[in-house]
Design a protein around this ligand. Structure first.
Ligand code: ARG
Ligand code: MN
Ligand code: MN
Length: 337
């Protein structure tokens, strides 16, 4: 009996298989803030923060392309109660405030989204918000900071989205969420609910290449860490992500909110988006960021924004939506080997 056991042990121990198992266990991510490996999907078909129709179709398409079963196959419990019926929140009258367009609609929707994200995080679920335009981040990030005031914000984008009501040229609120979160937007009626609790030193950007002149001044003035495409070229994505994490999350244990605007990717990789800018992240650079953030085990909330399936041809839509789904999977632990 004993000899038998020893034989078995020896067999298993000296097989490569054992080492493989052992090392994959070592490599396995432990989730610091998520219980029971569950993710809540918040579908936000919202386009009120910018002028182009169709970005509200983004979340519907990602679900249609099978995101839920893909995550389930990876062992995640998925909670999804259908898409938000945001048009119900549309005010009858919504005059501009200064240059800002549709301010009331944006404030109502993002306030709602904030409460939803907050409630999922309180239940220790990972909050995955599918946009929709990037003004939604006023809500998602507020929800995260309500539960985890010490969370850091990693913003992946071609744009800085830090315009203030004063500095914005377009008046589109998807170019402004960061200024509201930082509390530098001033008083705007309807947005009183946003607590300006994001500290500049908790925010880092990767992928920037189309930053408005007043935004550049704001980034400098507040000493916000930003890695442009120039930095990605210079250091490589591995080093950039390491430097970005070192800046906002030195020991990798603080909760992370990752806000991913799909236009951070090069238009050849993600063509169906409202404000494409050439010279963006490659397919792998985008995915690397997601994999590295997953590895920390500290991701609590993820936004995937600005997928607009009504822009460009069918093949481009397919390409963009599938890239969106695979970025999400990488953030939630899909590995290459
Ligand atoms: N989330 C985005 N795609 N933002 C684009 C913003 C473009 C420009 N900076 C603006 O404020 O209008
Ligand atoms: Mn953008
Ligand atoms: Mn953006």
């Amino acid at each position: 009996m004993q000899a038998n056991f020893f034989f078995f042990f020896k067999q298993v121990f000296f097989q490569k298989y054992f080492f493989f198992l052992f090392f994959s266990l070592l490599k396995m991510t432990t989730y610091k803030y998520i219980e029971g490996k569950t993710v809540a999907i918040i579908g936000c078909p919202f386009s009120g923060g910018q002028p182009k129709e169709g970005v509200d179709e983004g979340p519907l398409k990602m679900i249609e392309y099978g995101l839920i079963p893909q995550l389930q196959e990876m062992g995640w419990g998925v909670e999804f109660d259908g898409h938000y019926r945001l048009t119900d929140l549309r005010p009858a009258k919504d005059p501009n405030i200064g240059k800002l367009k549709k301010p009331l609609y944006v404030s109502r929707v993002t306030h709602n989204v904030a409460k939803t994200v907050e409630s999922h995080l309180r239940r220790r679920q990972l909050a995955l918000t599918l946009g929709g335009d990037h003004s939604l981040a006023m809500g998602t990030v507020s929800g995260t900071l309500a539960v985890y005031p010490n969370a850091c914000l990693i913003w992946i984008d071609a744009h800085a989205d830090i315009n203030t009501p004063e500095s914005t040229d377009s008046g589109n609120l998807h170019g402004c969420p960061v200024s509201f979160l930082l509390g530098i937007a001033g008083k705007v009626p309807g947005f009183e609910w946003i607590k300006p609790i994001l500290k500049p030193e908790k925010l880092v950007y990767i992928g920037l290449r189309d930053v408005d002149p007043p935004e550049k001044i704001l980034l400098k003035k507040h000493g916000i860490k930003a890695f442009s495409m120039h930095d990605v070229d210079k250091y490589g994505i591995g080093k950039v992500v390491e430097m970005a994490l070192d800046a906002v999350n030195p020991d990798r244990s603080l909760p992370i909110h990752l806000s991913f605007d799909v236009d951070a990717l090069d238009p050849s990789v993600a063509p169906s988006t409202g404000t494409p800018v050439r010279g963006g992240l490659t397919f792998r650079e985008g995915h690397y960021i997601c994999e590295a953030v997953h590895e920390t085990g500290s991701l609590v909330a993820l936004d995937l924004m600005e997928v607009n399936p009504s822009l460009a041809d069918e093949a481009s839509v397919f390409q963009t939506v599938t890239v969106g789904c695979s970025l999400v999977r990488c953030c939630l632990g899909e590995t290459l080997l």
